[in-house]
Design a protein. Sequence first.
Length: 456
Amino acid sequence: MLFEEQRLSGFISVRNWRAGDAYPMIGMIVKYLERDWVNLRPVLFDGTMPPSSNAWELLNKKDSGTSAALGAAVSETDVQWQQARNYNIIGTVVTFNGLKYRSLIEVTGGNPPPYNQQAWQLLSDLKTAGTTLMPLTTEAKSSAEWNPQTIYDTRGAVVRYMGQDWTNSYWTQKDVPGESLVWQPLVIADEAAWNRYIIYDNTRTYTVLYKAKLYKNQYRTQGDEPGVSSAWLEVTSYADINGANWSATSQYTAPRMKAKHNGRTWYNLWPTTGQEPGASGVWQPETLLDEEPWSQFVIYDYKSRGEPERNYRVTYQGRVWVQSWWTQGDTPGVNDAWKPYVANTTHVNGNEWQAERIYSSPNMIVTWPATGSTREWYNRFSTKGDTPGQNPVWQPVTILDGEAWNTNVIYDASARGESKRNYVVTYNGQRWTNQWYSQGDQPGVSSVWQSLDKKP
């Protein structure tokens, strides 16, 4: 009956099954997991995969009679159920509270067995919705030696071959364990030889040996060749790579490992693979030279680098900038973490005041502001960044009578080496004169100031 349906459909073809394809005619033949399958009813864009439903039948199954369906799906693996994981393949087998369950539908995270009986079936209960499911277990009940003449028609049979236990995913005969996808090892030992037929799932990271090198898988893989596919990363020891040239495939598994790249030495802040030094914040240059180009990835902080206290200088857009505090990613000229740098050469009295300069000795004379009513100021003690006229550290060299009162100015002749005098200031439309030393005392409020404009 099966082949009569196939003949009537007028469609005899073998192609790889794909989830997004439609199979509208009965008898269409596809290849899936290296076996040929035929559809017993139209399958339309629903992703129904062989052998996850009775829509598909194994073409070369012996003694199948009329179109008896395979009721079991190929599971990704038999693993402990995880709340955050989605089980998108029907037939996935999980362990929950010591019991094994099989998914009946696509199950999203947070739906544990046995509380959602529409999604999960206990493997000891073999009937659901009128469909008989093949019993499945990965427990080695007999571990009998594999026999090429034996028909293994029960999914989950366990055989022993070449000193290893294997379990089948579907009906099989003559398929050699280790040479076909139908057989998967019950246990995958680390550093065993890579096998293109073994499914290295995402339940853990596997280490395989291939062409005298060790590799670890990045994600679920089957058939992807180590050294060729990005599914595998080459494994090297800490001693092999620490201090050697950086490699995109090396796994830097510990912080503060060193790598050489583009003529300098870098250290990593956390474990990393594939992130290039100089193009990622995970790598920091071991040493920083003043007036190197600014980098958004570099941390400019002497404590982070274990260096003596210092402010770093960088070049950016044709100017030299000096760091004010801890910074990473702050663009010079945009963020206050960077100030324009002025070399601290010998100061000449009368030069314009510069916010970046350190005025380390008292009585250094500067001019400020740069435009308008420029005047001379002297500093009373070491200072940097304190604007003249806006901070008591700077005092005007001379004070002219009738100037506006300034809360930062010291009104005292001895403070500027002048002959004894009382200063005259204007404030709130009146003239005031000080009676004694004053700084910060407000005219009209403090008795230190006496009004020269008597009200009638």
